[in-house]
Design a protein around this ligand. Structure first.
Ligand code: SF4
Length: 485
């Protein structure tokens, strides 16, 4: 029997490394490296190398299940789809479409996310969200507001051309190991690396300047650096005049953040703040990389905006080796957001509160009516379920009962629903609370596109069949939609 090499995309982080699944007799037998992949160039980290482990895991879900007393009963697909259709439509009929909420998945493909948000909105619910809400939603808002687009400004291989790399709130050496290879490449060419993090990490070991700031003082640090750059005349005046607006407001905002005052707030020595600011502003090509250490704050959007401001006043934009680079966690956070699995945006970041958006999609989807947004965030859905306002939920590939804060509260709230359907590959803590559980498929068992952190859209091919009666998630969503009529 011939071995086939199926090109796929790693499912474990936003770097989007490519590799081949080697399959023989319908079975995955190993991984082959993809030497010509533009990001990974034949490399994979420990997570990518272990990607096949999940395929034949003994705990995978293999049939649809329905709750029966304290346990579970295996059921057929027609019965499962019928139960899901009844559960969702009964809540809709009795309590209105806004009593339904949908949680999509940043681990699923673009097509699956597009279908999920479309299903929610065609049923009349504005309540659609994905776990980007807990990681990079501040990037969506902050980058849209400052740069006009919610994504990385430069491709990952561009990092090798940087002469100064400022990493803030990111332990990328452990979380995005293949991206850190590009930083080492830049460092080998003489780049200066600045790392700002409250913790010393394997990423800070790469730093020429390590800014060990107090947690939650990122805006002060960034404003302090802006203060030095403005005061020392290191701004790119031509770029500011031609490409930006609001510079005077930033001058005012940064004016009190002297190195001394910034040092008092952040705990970083004033001379290190000055050194970092000068290195970033004066290098011929500086890039800023950040992750959830920036976004997972109550001031996450402010943090992102302060990063953009720093890049803009120095004109460190629009050239190789420059730019602002949010490093996404899950493999398809970028795509799930692009596809409109967000409470405030329809696909393509069309504002859900704009009547033109509603008009456009009503026509495109041949729908009589669509709900304007914004709907509820992922966390607000859970709270609303606890209050009895959300009556039915459809959760795809997410496990809020395990991963959200206050998990006991989440469990109680989900237990309060009239109907919960969970589509997943394992019997997660959330699935254990469901009325119906649908067995989905992992990346190698279905085809679809994924958008990595640099907005590279990559097609991942199907290598093998899902286990048992598991099915591709897009097929399941379409069948649920058909069952609902
Ligand atoms: S860096 Fe990310 S995408 Fe690349 S192999 Fe590791 S987990 Fe997979």
């Amino acid at each position: 029997m011939t071995k086939v090499l199926v090109p796929t995309v790693c499912p474990y982080c936003g770097a989007g490394c490519g590799f081949y699944v080697a399959a023989e007799r319908e079975r995955a037998i190993g991984i082959e490296y993809m030497l010509d992949h533009p990001v990974s160039q034949g490399a994979l980290c420990a997570k990518g190398n272990a990607a096949l482990e999940i395929l034949y895991h003994p705990d995978r879900l293999t049939t649809p299940l329905k709750r029966k007393g304290e346990g579970w009963a295996r059921i057929s697909w027609p019965e499962a789809l019928d139960l899901v259709a009844k559960g969702l439509s009964q809540a809709r009929k009795k309590h209105g479409p806004r009593s339904l909420a949908f949680l999509s998945s940043s681990k699923c493909s673009n097509e699956e996310n597009y279908l999920m948000q479309k299903l929610a909105r065609l049923l009349g619910s504005p309540h659609i969200d994905n776990c980007a809400r807990l990681c990079h939603a501040p990037s969506v808002v902050g980058l849209n507001r400052t740069l006009g687009a919610a994504g990385m400004t430069n491709p990952i291989p561009d990092i090798a051309s940087s002469r100064c790399i400022f990493i803030i709130g990111s332990n990328l050496a452990e979380n995005h190991p293949v991206i850190s290879r590009w930083i080492h490449r830049a460092k080998d060419r003489g780049a200066t690396v600045i790392v700002a993090d409250p913790r010393a990490t394997p990423t800070s070991w790469m730093a020429d300047v390590f800014l060990q700031l107090e947690p939650g003082t990122d805006v002060a640090l960034l404003n302090g650096m802006a203060h030095v750059i403005i005061n020392e005349g290191l701004i790119n005046r031509e770029y500011i005049v031609q490409k930006t607006k609001g510079f005077e407001a930033l001058v005012q905002a940064a004016k009190d953040f002297t190195p001394q005052r910034t040092a008092e707030i952040t705990g970083i020595a004033p001379e290190d703040i000055v050194r970092a600011a000068r290195a970033y502003a004066t290098s011929p090509a500086s890039a800023i990389l950040y992750s959830m250490g920036i976004t997972q704050h109550s001031t996450g959007t402010d943090n992102v905006q302060a990063i953009s401001n720093l890049a803009l006043i120095c004109g460190q934009m629009g050239r190789p080796g420059t730019g602002v680079m949010p490093l996404r966690g899950q493999n398809n956070v970028q795509g799930a957001c692009d596809m409109g699995a967000l409470k405030e945006f329809y696909p393509g970041y069309k504002r859900a509160d704009d009547p033109n958006t509603i008009r456009y999609f009503r026509e495109a989807w041949n729908a009589t009516d669509l709900p304007p947004g914004p709907g509820l965030t992922a966390m607000e859905m859970i709270k609303a379920a606890g209050r009895g306002e959300i009556k039915a939920m459809y959760i795809l590939g997410e496990d809020p009962a395990n991963s959200d804060p206050c998990s006991e509260h989440v469990r109680q709230a989900l237990g309060n629903l009239d109907f919960l359907v969970v589509q997943d590959i394992f019997m997660t803590a959330t699935a254990q609370l469901a009325d119906v559980v649908l067995p989905g498929a992992v990346w190698a068992e279905k085809e679809g596109s994924y958008t990595n952190t640099e907005r590279r859209v990559q097609w991942s091919h199907k290598a093998i069949e899902p286990p048992g009666e598991g099915r591709s998630d897009s097929e399941i969503i379409c069948d649920v939609a058909r069952s609902l009529g």
